[in-house]
Design a protein around this ligand. Structure first.
Ligand code: NAP
Length: 530
């Protein structure tokens, strides 16, 4: 990994490298407890740097067509692909993840860049996007209006959470760069190393114009103060931090456009009619256990609430518990380990506290925390084994629907009928993802469709699993760049990805009113939505 514990990671802003002048914050290996590297942004001129990003990076990107910027994304993906092994090593060291979980982050990032490269290629040589058709404003259509979307003249400040240092960077950066908007990423401090390394590798490879991609590590102090009216702020993290950002003068007074991805108490719902061992039952059990343990449950989309018909409460508890009991927890460097660590000892404490809080209103159906860790010291490692909780009276406790324990923890709940189930799901006050498990016949498809449409009002994504797609579906918690990511209410109210829809955030829509001869020259034909 070529880094001594004393190494201070440089920031890159507006084409300049800057090493913080403060003591910095040390990043740790969450399994071994070793100090890794330090991050610091003390002394960095944020206002001046942001201005260089806008003028240098922004102008260079906007001078290109969508197809040319798609080419840049392709080159970025090649740079990252060539260094993939190093990123896996970094992920093991700084995030404590097993190889499969590191892949979700790293390969997920490279895949997402590739999807945006393809989408951009299809937009061709255009430099603006058409938005709707000509609308007549005068008799005979001699004067009218057309809407266009042009890349914003600002920058995209992307503030990320600790759980996806690679994917979190690129799922935000790829649509911004494709739009012609330069990116400043501020990674979460605990896992900033992988983000910083990827940005540095891309800058060193010289595949992007100077100032197009930037990274500021360490404290977030002053970042928002440097934002100007045409900038965008794309945030992923806790609802508490999100609330602070929404009140910041940059947002409240300078109308900086803001997109928030916050926490979410996502659900999985086994449809009525299932029986123990039926295909839908087994699919739910498998997916719940996978979601609870993938990345040690540190996914914003992970299943937190599991709703089953009341007659199946006991059978579901037993089946999910049996799968969780097989999960070996500990040092991700040991091949027998299925689940690694949380990202830090602070998260370890937060997850333990969250479990204790839920245990006040829920029973414990499975608790793996009694088992020994593999190759890891329990006094040092941030490893928490999976815990399945349950409540036979989910109506009685708001806490069950509003508490997100960001670890391998979920709560099982029985429901009486579909209306009751929908009402319980909606008590999450808006979530990122909900999955439904049913059969393939026509009657089941009718019920699944009606339920999906009902729950679409309170989710960003509804994921329907039936036996026909058992081996094909992309997973409850996996965020695919083709589908929308975000959710209403407490999930933040944001929208990311969703194919070309992600470009909306980085463009300004304007109406141009003129004679048809002028309007017909504004834009190429509207590209098909993808
Ligand atoms: P957090 O404490 O809110 O931090 C998120 C980011 O905001 C970090 O980069 C953090 O930097 C920065 N930050 C903190 N205070 C700030 C301030 N006053 N101004 C500007 N930036 C500030 O969240 P977290 O604990 O890292 O992340 C876990 C949460 O994120 C979970 O609740 C999870 O559900 C949510 N999440 C949501 C999604 C989604 O897509 N919806 C995805 C992943 C995670 P420092 O690290 O330096 O403090």
């Amino acid at each position: 990994m070529n880094a001594s514990p004393a190494e201070l990671l440089p920031n890159h802003l507006g084409g300049q490298r800057h090493v913080g002048t403060g003591a910095g914050t040390t990043l740790f290996d969450p399994v071994l407890g070793d100090a890794l590297v330090r991050v610091d942004a003390t002394g960095l001129d944020l206002s001046g740097g942001f201005e260089r990003v806008r003028t240098l990076g922004g102008s260079a990107l906007r001078a290109l067509s969508y197809r040319e910027r798609a080419g840049l994304l392709k080159a970025v993906a090649q740079v990252l692909q060539a260094r993939r092994d190093a990123y896996f090593a970094l992920s093991t060291a700084n995030s404590g993840t097993v190889k499969n979980d590191s892949a979700v982050d790293i390969d997920g990032a490279i895949y997402t860049i590739g999807v945006y490269a393809k989408l951009g290629e299809a937009l061709g040589d255009a430099r603006v996007l058409a938005d709707g058709e000509f609308v007549a404003l005068a008799k005979g259509g001699a004067f009218g209006s057309r809407h266009v979307q042009v890349p914003t003249r600002g920058l995209a400040l992307c503030i990320n959470a600790f759980n996806f240092p690679a994917w979190g960077l690129w799922e935000k950066a790829a649509p911004a760069l494709l739009s012609g908007v330069p990116v400043v990423v501020k990674p979460a401090t605990a896992t900033a190393w992988l983000t910083q390394r990827m940005v540095q590798d891309v800058i060193d490879a010289g595949v992007l114009p100077a100032g197009a991609l930037n990274v500021v590590c360490g404290s977030s102090a002053g970042l928002l103060d440097a934002l100007q009216p045409f900038d965008g702020l794309s945030f992923t993290g806790s609802a508490d931090t999100a609330a602070l950002l929404r009140r910041h003068p940059a947002v409240a007074e300078r109308s900086v456009r803001v997109n928030i991805e916050a926490d979410s108490v996502n659900s999985a719902l086994l449809m009525p009619g299932a029986t123990p061992g039926s295909a839908a039952f087994d699919l739910l059990v498998k997916e719940v256990a996978r979601e609870m343990t993938q990345k040690s449950g540190q996914k914003c989309t992970a299943i937190r609430r599991v709703l089953v018909p009341e007659a199946l409460y006991g059978a579901a508890a037993e089946a999910i518990g049996a799968r969780l009991a097989r999960v070996t927890v500990g040092n991700p460097r040991n091949e027998s380990v299925r689940m690694g660590a949380l990202v830090s000892r602070a998260q370890f404490d937060a997850v333990q506290a969250g479990i204790a809080q839920l245990q006040r209103v829920a029973e414990t159906l499975h608790d793996g925390r009694g088992a020994a860790l593999v190759d890891a010291d329990p006094a040092v490692a941030a490893c928490v084994a999976p815990v399945l909780l349950g409540s036979r009276d989910p109506d009685a406790h708001a806490l069950l629907h509003t508490t997100e324990v960001f670890g391998p923890v979920a709560t099982l709940m029985p429901y009486r009928d579909l209306d009751h189930a929908r009402a319980l799901v909606a008590r999450g006050e808006g979530s990122l993802a909900c999955s439904l498990y049913g059969e393939d016949d026509d009657a089941a498809a009718d019920a699944l469709t009606a339920t999906a449409l009902d729950l679409a009002a309170v989710h960003g994504r509804v994921h329907v699993v039936t036996p026909a797609v058992a081996a094909l579906h992309t997973g409850h918690g996996n965020v695919m760049p083709q589908s929308l990511h975000g959710g209403p209410g407490r999930a933040g109210g944001g929208e990311e990805l969703g194919g070309l829809r992600a470009l909306n955030f980085h463009h300004r829509r304007a109406a141009v009113q003129a004679a048809p001869t002028v309007l017909s020259r504004l834009t190429p034909p509207t590209p098909s939505a993808a």
